[in-house]
Design a protein around this ligand. Sequence first.
Ligand SMILES: Nc1nc2c(ncn2[C@@H]2O[C@H](COP(=O)(O)OP(=O)(O)OP(=O)(O)O)[C@@H](O)[C@H]2O)c(=O)[nH]1
Ligand SMILES: [Mg+2]
Length: 698
Amino acid sequence: MREYTTDRIRNVAVVGHGASGKTSLVDALAFVAGSSKRHGSVKDGTSLTDYTPDEIDRKYSINLALAYAEWMDVKVNLLDTPGYLDFIGDAYAGLHAADGALIVVGSTAGVEVGTELMWEEAERRGLPRMFFVSMMDKEHANFEKAYLDIREHLTPRVIPIEIPVGEGLDFHGIINLFSKRCHQYKKGTKTGEYDEVDVPAGSQALFDKYSQELIERIAETDDKLLERYLGGEEISRDEALAAMQAGMARGELFPLLCGAAELTYGTRALLSKLVELMPSPASLPAVRAERWGSAEPVTIERTDDAPLVAHVFKTVSEPHVGDVTYFRILAGALRNGTDLFNAPRDVSEKLNHLSTTQGRDRTEVPMLHAGDVASVAKLKDTHTNDTLSTKAMPVVVPKVVLPEPLISLAVEVHQHGEEDKLSTSLQRLHEEDPTFHFEYVGELGQSIVRGRGERHLEVIIGRLKRKFGVSAELTRPRVAYRETFRGKGEGQGKHKKQTGGRGQYGDCWIRLAPLPRGSGYEFVDDITGGVIPNKYIPAVDKGIQEASQRGAIAGYPVVDFRAECFDGSYHDVDSSEMAFKMAGILAFRSVAERCRPVLLEPIMEVEVLTPEENLGEVMGDLSGRRGQILGTEPDGRLTKIRAFVPEAEMYKYSTQLHSITHGRGTFHAKFSSYQEAPPDVTAKVAAERKKEEEEKKK
Ligand SMILES: Nc1nc2c(ncn2[C@@H]2O[C@H](COP(=O)(O)OP(=O)(O)OP(=O)(O)O)[C@@H](O)[C@H]2O)c(=O)[nH]1
Ligand SMILES: [Mg+2]
């Protein structure tokens, strides 16, 4: 492979909603350019960038993957991102590593939730953006509708630079509005070949309308051009393209193209436009970094002579290879075998086997120039989001901001004794995918995994088995119930034992009373006249606290109450801290039952975004989960519902919402408070607890 200098590189993240055709497009682009040997297909499990077993089985992208197309002496790095929202962390990582975004919009589906999220993220990053209306050959394809959808929901500054000839089964050509020529595709073409012909008579009216719009829109972004245009002057193709590129760089214009990746129609024109309109890293402002240690801000030019800075945006552990690290060289030229420094981890890494990456295939290269994206295997201790730099100029660059987990499930190993292996393997999987988290929660006695959705966690469990040989399953997480009191009560706890020599004697009287929700625990020392010596009072407090960890209803910790110790007695010889602690325990146990104990359950504050048409069903489902709807309000094209829902009822909510809204609904839940559980729930929880206890005794 030839060397590509910084000005001959483009880094493009291909983003969009799930199943909009991104992976198929990346495959076709790399193939048509001649950089990939075969035209793969998602359906057959042969696509270039959906190459992991998980992806081949499921037929959708899970991981960010890298490919490239060499076109017009430029290497276009294509970052294929997953569209399913469960894997949005990788889509963010793709945008982080790119200098421009190609937003794919399905010709029948139009703008969807995933399209909006990607648009917003690209906007936040100030990335130049281009649209591609995909699958123009699909039945019911509608170019104009997709365009108007983008205009209405994403930006009025989108502007088609080509238009299709025919749609759906009749789709057979694309007119380029700059060259005023039509590409008529050869039926059965494998590599996007076409005959160049005049604009067909039947498309003339459409062509005139869009051409006019294009030139006006471009002229609007440039005063001089506008003046000339209004003066009746012709604007040349090159001038228009240059103005378009400048407009894109400023975030004022978003060109729209179209095609059908599976037929390779439109792929050549798209490649040319990616080269002509997307920025090269050489044209970008200097890299902003922070010097490690001093946090002093530094700027580093994106040239080969600059000190090397690379950002790791993804790591994947592969069987037989170990960890593969994907990184982007922000500054400096990188030679194979170079030692780089990972400053925050204080580790030197030798970059052997530096490779350009075409899907699963890696080709070793002797050197890479500033701006390129590549991979390397077998680094010692470098993970996603780390910066590699030099010892002479150790720096860190901003990280990809990763999304928070949305759901939690418990995980159980199938084979007893594999618990340790489970936790070390899950740690490795977390390093590979930092949007996945896990912890052992002692109170629940369960390992809890957290992620973006059930689909996400199922993929993790699959990897656990395939990569680490640990067979496990996802189960319902236990709920951290609490107990508290509704009423007051008082009583005695007396611990007295006489066994041969020195005995044990502790005696206390306590009062228990409820406190407002969230107040916690309070202890009041109301002893007068030294009926219990001062030195033993903390022991009573300790005993009450210990006993309160197991409440009267179902053995859950009791919260939000006050305990007053107001009377008691002691023995000169037999009393001890131990004995008074026992007295505290006994007192709590006997009084707690009389204070009308109740079960508290954790309540989540939930925000759901759903299309209006599913609103009724989504609300009905929330009510079925004992949800209390607080209100609804419009939120862009969707409706936002706010509700309180018991945590116990949120199990598998993401799957349910996905199914009701056909993947368009999203939700967010956070702990809000503990509330009294209704009697039937209390009875059920108490019965379950009793059963568990009995099983333990067996
Ligand atoms: N008719 C037609 N179907 C297409 C075309 N491109 C993709 N498809 C089909 O659309 C489906 C989704 O395509 P993908 O390329 O996997 O879409 P994606 O955007 O990568 O999907 P995610 O990875 O899940 O986000 C597959 O079944 C493809 O075969 C096309 O040009 N024409
Ligand atoms: Mg894909």
